[in-house]
Design a protein around this ligand. Structure first.
Ligand code: PRP
Ligand code: MG
Length: 214
């Protein structure tokens, strides 16, 4: 049995065509079903639905043989314990710094002010501002980062930007792009040895599908 860990939403939706290219059809729809283990048309392959930030934990510790997770999540988790054979080029977005439209970010940086930065991406934010030589107080949040500058909790946020609609709707502006993000395939190291043939076949089918799309 091969277990693939996915999270609901963009990553799940964008993974379905890749699975199809490997002749795998997921038989349940996570939007309408409450099941967490989804069967596929292949008796030897199943999908487990986990929180996006839990995918690396499942794969690293053998709760799943493979997983698909954003580069953001992988950096925050630390991906050393897993193989990362493939950038799937799906769920593309970026991690940026954003502030209220009336906050003069450039000036604050130039003056060497201490910035209060709210984010789910503490490791990425710490590294980015350290490299810039900007002193920051990091405030860890788990979602809806955009609220922080609006309520006075923080001066800036570090968050994912895709369409930019959430920033716009909350009168925030993107002032720096930190990095581009896409989703990666991650593989448990023991699984790759013990289940080499089926996992290699899956990696190859994904790689071919990714190459054909770009
Ligand atoms: C993500 C991200 C941004 C938004 C970006 O939030 O944290 O808020 O999507 O997308 P956009 O640029 O297309 O508007 P999500 O809705 O996943 O919720 P969360 O931050 O509360 O986890
Ligand atoms: Mg959000």
């Amino acid at each position: 049995m091969i277990t693939l860990a996915l999270s609901k939403g963009r990553i799940f939706d964008d993974t379905l065509p890749l699975l199809r290219a490997a002749n795998i059809e997921v038989l349940d729809n996570p939007e309408t079903s409450r099941k967490l283990i989804l069967d596929t048309n292949q008796p030897g392959v199943r999908v487990v639905l986990v929180r996006a930030s839990d995918v690396p934990t499942y794969v690293e510790n053998g709760g799943a043989d493979l997983g698909i997770t954003g580069r953001d999540t992988l950096i925050e988790h630390g991906g050393q314990g897993m193989y990362q054979p493939l950038d799937l080029q799906i769920a593309k977005c970026r991690i940026s710094v954003a502030v209220r439209a009336d906050f003069d970010y450039e000036r604050a940086v130039k003056q060497g002010s201490r910035l209060r930065v709210a984010t789910k991406y503490v490791a990425i934010a710490r590294e980015f501002f350290a490299a810039k030589g900007v002193h920051v107080d990091l405030i860890k949040l788990y979602g809806s980062m955009e609220l922080a500058p609006l309520t006075g909790l923080a001066d800036a946020i570090v968050d994912l930007v895709s369409t930019g609609n959430t920033l716009k709707a909350n009168h925030l502006v993107e002032v720096e792009r930190i990095m581009d993000i896409s989703s990666r395939l991650v593989v448990n190291q023991a699984s790759l040895k013990l289940k080499q043939a089926p996992i290699r076949a899956l990696i190859d089918a994904f790689a071919k599908a990714v190459a054909e799309r770009s």
